[in-house]
Design a protein around this ligand. Structure first.
Ligand code: 2AM
Length: 177
C-alpha cells in the first residue's frame, strides 16, 4: 500500500565538484562508529522541512516551490566553519555553516506560503556533515572557505529506512529573481 503522506523538504544540493573537501573533513570521523557521515551525493542545505504531507498536497508544494524560486535571483553560497547542534550539551549533528543572499528570502518565502507545515524553529542555514547516533567524541573545528553558485532549489522526498534516509528529487525550480 502506498502511504498517504510523503515526507518532504526543499533543499539546495552541494554540487559534485564541491563534495571532495567536505568528504575530506568527514574523514576525521572515521573510527568513531557512532558518527554517521552524510553520503556525499546527499549533502544538502534544507531551506524548509515540511514533514509528513498528505499526498493530495504535493501539487501545492510544487507550485509553491516554483513561485518562491521565481522571485529570488541566483546567488553565491559560501561555506564557512563547522559547528554542532545543539551547540552545548550532547551533539546530534555536525554541520558546516552556510551564508548567501538568497537563503533568507527563500526560507521566509516558503514558510509564508506554507504556514501550516514544517516546524516553527528559526531557519539556520547549514549542511549536515554527520549525525551522531551514540557516544562518540567531538572533532575539532574545520574552517572551509568554499563557494558555489546556486541557480536552483529542489523539492525532495525523504524515505526513511533502516539504512538511513533515501532522497528522491521530485522537482527542480530555477531561480529567476
Ligand atoms: P538536518 O540535516 O539539520 O537534520 C531531511 O530530514 C532534512 O530536513 C534534513 O536536512 C534535516 O536537517 C531537515 N530537517 C529540519 N527539521 C527537521 C525535522 N524536524 N525533522 C527531520 N528533518 C528535519
Amino acid at each position: 500500500v502506498r502511504p498517504e503522506t510523503v515526507r518532504l523538504f526543499y533543499a539546495i544540493f552541494v554540487p559534485p565538484e564541491l563534495r571532495p573537501p567536505l568528504e575530506e573533513a568527514q574523514r576525521r570521523l572515521k573510527g568513531f562508529r557512532n558518527w554517521k557521515p552524510t553520503p556525499p551525493e546527499q549533502l544538502h542545505l534544507t531551506l524548509m522541512f515540511l514533514g509528513e504531507v498528505p499526498r493530495g498536497r504535493l501539487d501545492e508544494a510544487v507550485q509553491v516551490g516554483a513561485v518562491v524560486a521565481r522571485r529570488v535571483a541566483p546567488f553565491t553560497l559560501h561555506l564557512g566553519g563547522t559547528g554542532y547542534f545543539p551547540p552545548d550539551g550532547t551533539p546530534r549533528v555536525w554541520f558546516v555553516k552556510a551564508e548567501g543572499a538568497g537563503l533568507e528570502p527563500l526560507a521566509a518565502g516558503l514558510r509564508e506560503a506554507l504556514p501550516d507545515l514544517g516546524d516553527p524553529k528559526p531557519f539556520k542555514a547549514h549542511i549536515t556533515l554527520a549525525r551522531r547516533k551514540g557516544p562518540a567524541p567531538r572533532v575539532g573545528p574545520v574552517v572551509f572557505d568554499l563557494e558555489f553558485g546556486v541557480g536552483e532549489i529542489t523539492l525532495v522526498q525523504s524515505e526513511l529506512s533502516k539504512q538511513g534516509s533515501r532522497y528522491r528529487v521530485l522537482q527542480r525550480f530555477e531561480l529567476k529573481g
